[in-house]
Design a protein around this ligand. Structure first.
Ligand code: NAD
Ligand code: DAU
Length: 370
């Protein structure tokens, strides 16, 4: 039987996937509130939620998931019966440089939410219908060899980076709160997302923006690492299905059917951006340093740099369980999705320019001077 959520608390809703999910949920459901709780770290951006302010179903709260008392107050005030938990430190490179924030938000923060949910939904006055949905990653399963079977829900955990170790830890805590206390939980472990509102430290937006400015395109190691790319809209659909149709205590893997090497991603973007620059005078005027403007190729910017420490070689996802039990299927093939994503970054330049610095002109001069 399907669960019908009423008031949903979305943690990390000002981040990349969270913001896409807030929009998806408001567009596809008719009832109940959507309350976003976000600490607005460097990765959180209130602009990702622009346009929703006038929706009477939507509320934004600036706060930290580690503040259990504040989370409880929020849940009581808004009569929350569903949590969709996205808030996290999400960038692997940052976790290698400094794991502390990852331990705090991803482990302690998830535990703080679990404690608040248990207190209000199980201990105080039991709420029979509730759901704690935890958004996790395929990285908890470690790294695959070229001929290994894709990850499935029973693949043993083997996280290799501080980031994936903290996500694995949070997954275990969610499982424990279901097994020990009977909290109604679901978990999704998905592959690499791409699409609108992704912070430009991640591969795809970083490469697009560097090509536009004629800046080197850093490819870690040989660039033959493989990721399975999932359009964020497909991921949002899978999460919504897991919340409404997933069984308590279950885990669902979510993939995009798009295993691709990093170097192929970079070369594809080079071709696509060159094509756009040569066809659109407005872009050529706005980005004079982009190679295509002077008849060169973006591919010449590719620069192999030192590999990421502990770099996982390959991720791949078997999402048969989500297909069978939730009716999930990725709706966008990568060729279509990447074109649409590039178009979004080219149309919404103000969004990423604001992130690169307050005075974009001065920022370009400082970082991209010839
Ligand atoms: P993101 O970094 O873009 O956004 C994270 C959001 O969490 C930001 O808005 C940030 O302000 C907020 N946040 C961080 N610490 C917080 C705290 N202590 N309290 C409240 N809010 C806090 O991340 P994303 O890429 O949107 O990822 C969302 C979730 O999906 C994460 O849990 C991540 O592990 C998971 N995931 C991401 C991908 C991907 O490809 N991006 C793939 C698999 C799983
Ligand atoms: O697999 C899911 C994970 O995908 C999520 O759990 C993480 O939150 C998300 O950040 C993402 O992790 P990755 O490390 O795979 O994403 P990133 O965009 O940082 O890198 C993608 C690949 O590209 C990876 O193999 C490293 C490589 N890379 C990345 C950057 C930023 C480069 O070669 N050059 C770069 O400059």
């Amino acid at each position: 039987m399907s669960f019908e959520p009423n008031n949903v608390l979305i943690t990390g809703g000002a981040g990349f996937i969270g913001a896409n999910f807030v929009r998806h949920w408001l567009a596809t459901t008719q009832q109940g509130k959507v309350v976003v709780l976000d600490a607005l770290t460097y990765a959180g951006n209130i602009d990702n939620l622009k346009g929703l302010e006038s929706d009477p179903r939507y509320a934004f709260v600036h706060g930290d998931i580690c503040d259990e008392a504040a989370v409880k107050r929020l849940m009581e005030t808004h009569r929350i019966d569903t949590i969709a938990h996205f808030a996290a430190e999400s960038h692997v490179d940052r976790s290698i440089l400094g794991p502390d924030d990852f331990i705090r938000t991803n482990i302690v923060g998830t535990h703080s939410l679990l404690k608040a949910a248990k207190a209000l939904w199980l201990d105080k006055k039991p709420v029979a219908t509730h759901r704690f949905h935890h958004v996790s990653t395929d990285e908890v399963y470690g790294s695959l060899g070229p001929d290994d079977e894709p990850f499935h829900e029973e693949t043993p955990y083997a996280p290799n980076s501080p980031y994936s170790a903290t996500k694995a830890s949070s997954d275990h805590l969610v499982r424990a709160y279901h097994e020990t206390y009977g909290l109604n939980t679901t978990v999704t472990n998905c592959s690499n997302n791409y699409g609108p509102y992704q912070f430009p430290e991640k591969l795809i937006p970083l490469i697009i923006i560097n090509i536009l400015h004629g800046k080197p395109l850093p490819v870690y190691g040989d660039g033959l690492q493989v990721r399975d790319w999932l359009h964020v809209a497909d991921h949002c659909q899978a999460i919504a299905l897991a919340i409404t149709d997933g069984k308590a205590g279950e885990v669902y893997n979510v993939g995009g059917n798009s295993e691709t090497t990093n170097i192929t991603i970079v070369k594809t973007l080079c071709d696509l951006v060159d094509e756009q620059l040569s066809q659109r005078p407005d872009l050529a005027k706005a980005f004079p340093s982009s190679p295509a403007v002077s008849g060169r190729k973006a591919m010449d910017l590719i620069t192999h740099v030192r590999d990421r420490l502990g770099h996982d070689r390959r991720y791949a996802i078997n999402y048969a369980k989500a297909a069978r039990e939730l009716g999930y299927a990725p709706g966008r093939d990568f060729a279509t999705g990447i074109r649409a994503t590039l178009e979004w970054y080219l149309s919404d330049q103000a969004w990423w320019q604001a992130l690169l610095g307050r005075d974009y002109a001065a920022w370009v001069k400082k970082n991209y001077a010839a």
